[in-house]
Each structure stands twice: as structure tokens, then as C-alpha cells.
Write a protein that binds this ligand. Structure first.
Ligand code: SF4
Ligand code: SF4
Length: 112
């Protein structure tokens, strides 16, 4: 499947699919300022380079971002980032079809 064919709102794998012990989405000082009213989603995490990360929740046996609405596990449903306009830079760097996208999709069991 090409990157252009991937539908992020029927996926969400890069907002989930972290392995146990992996640092979650890092929050930089600039990210924290942009998150503003969503500051409650930021938690201390000494595994990231910034000391802060986005909070997580669980969907079955999958750990996903607390800001992700919907269930990211296959079969594809509809998911949505509740803080899309204010999401951290790390989220903005992921492109449909790039290596991280395909890694995370494979982890969740989607066609990579
Ligand atoms: S894993 Fe890829 S297709 Fe899925 S939401 Fe992220 S960028 Fe979009
Ligand atoms: S902030 Fe939005 S784009 Fe980033 S991991 Fe969470 S749900 Fe996904």
C-alpha cells in the first residue's frame, strides 16, 4: 500500500503500538507551550530527551496516546487526534508510508 493510499483516520498506529519500556511521544518546551489548555496530557517521563511525554491510555492490550479518540487496533475503525492542531513536533514528523509509519502499522497488525 502506498503512502498516498493510507488513511490516517482509519489507522492511528503511530499514536499507539509502542512496545513496553519504549519512551512515548516526547514533549519539548515549545510543544508544551503550544499544548496550553491540554497541559493535563503531559506527564513526566525521564526516558525521553526532554523529560516529558504525552500521557497514554490502553485499548485492550495496546498502549496508545491519551489524546487519540477511537480504537487503533485492527480492523480499522475511525480514530481522531483530539489535539491535532497542538500536537507535538514528534507527531508532525511522521508521514504516511514512511519507515516509522510502516513499523507501527506492522506492530498493530495492519498491512504495512
Ligand atoms: S501509522 Fe501511518 S497511516 Fe497510520 S496514522 Fe500514522 S502516519 Fe497515518
Ligand atoms: S498527539 Fe495526536 S497525533 Fe500525536 S500521538 Fe497523540 S493522538 Fe497521535
Amino acid at each position: 500500500m502506498s503512502g498516498a493510499e493510507l488513511d490516517c483516520q482509519a489507522c492511528g498506529a503511530c499514536c499507539a503500538g509502542w512496545l513496553p519500556g519504549e519512551p512515548f511521544v516526547a514533549v519539548t518546551p515549545a510543544d508544551a507551550a503550544r499544548l496550553g489548555a491540554h497541559a493535563g496530557l503531559v506527564v513526566p517521563d525521564d526516558r525521553t530527551g526532554t523529560g516529558r511525554a504525552l500521557a497514554t491510555r490502553t485499548a485492550g492490550d495496546v498502549t496508545c496516546c491519551a489524546a487519540l479518540e477511537g480504537d487503533p487496533r485492527p480492523p480499522a475503525g475511525r480514530v481522531r487526534c483530539a489535539i491535532y492542531a497542538a500536537r507535538p513536533d514528534a507527531c508532525r514528523r511522521v508521514e504516511p508510508g514512511d519507515d516509522w509509519c510502516r513499523t507501527m502499522r506492522a506492530r498493530l497488525g495492519f498491512e504495512a
